[in-house]
Write a new protein. Sequence first.
Length: 251
Amino acid sequence: MNVIKSKNIYLKGTKQAILLLHSFTGSANEMRGLAKHLHKQGFSCYAPNYKGHGEIPEKLFESSVEQAWETVEESLYFLQEEGHQEIIVIGQSLGGVMTLRVAMSSICEATVVISAPLMERSIEGLESRMRSYTKHYYNFQKKPDEWIEHFLEQHFPRPIEKLLSLQQFILKTQSFLPTINKPICLFKGARDDAIYQDSIDLIEANVRSSFKKKITYPNSGHLLTLDKDRELLFQEIQLFIQQIFQKEPSK
């Protein structure tokens, strides 16, 4: 089978770096537009794929949230090895949850959180995301509908252990909020599900950051980096980053 695998994105710029973290079942590709926009401003941008993401669904099935978190830790180490000591972390959906955890690291200068869920999502809902990804992937591969339905019957429902671990990883992140004091910019889409919108409000209310800003985009849903208001989002994130670094990117 001809598989198109999503590759990590690394756009070299200045010593000031941006780490961009994607959603559950997503890939680095959903952060490509934002990475390119910020790179044009001079910043180095790195968007990794979590283990099992951006590949065939079977690889996603084998992966875990613990491995996704390992990818984030490895990415921070990679950027430091590349000589980046000033890092801002941007995360969308599950990536936003990861970003909140990274905010406690001394290497993190500031955070941008997009559509992050911190309230309980049902196991059925998480499984539905995996099912939708699987169907979309094999539709893209032009597999016949009958083949796809048979594949779904073989692989769903998923075993509960990994989905439960993902659910708990997200919920436990709530307890970290009062320890976060880094500058934070929060974004949500007015057309997104209530759980994501309420989660962004929860984050705003509980972090101790002296600088925090929240923006709602009226024409967008969940994946803001790909939605109708994305250019406005990119501009706002650019301004936030430049304000944090308080100068044009250094050479």
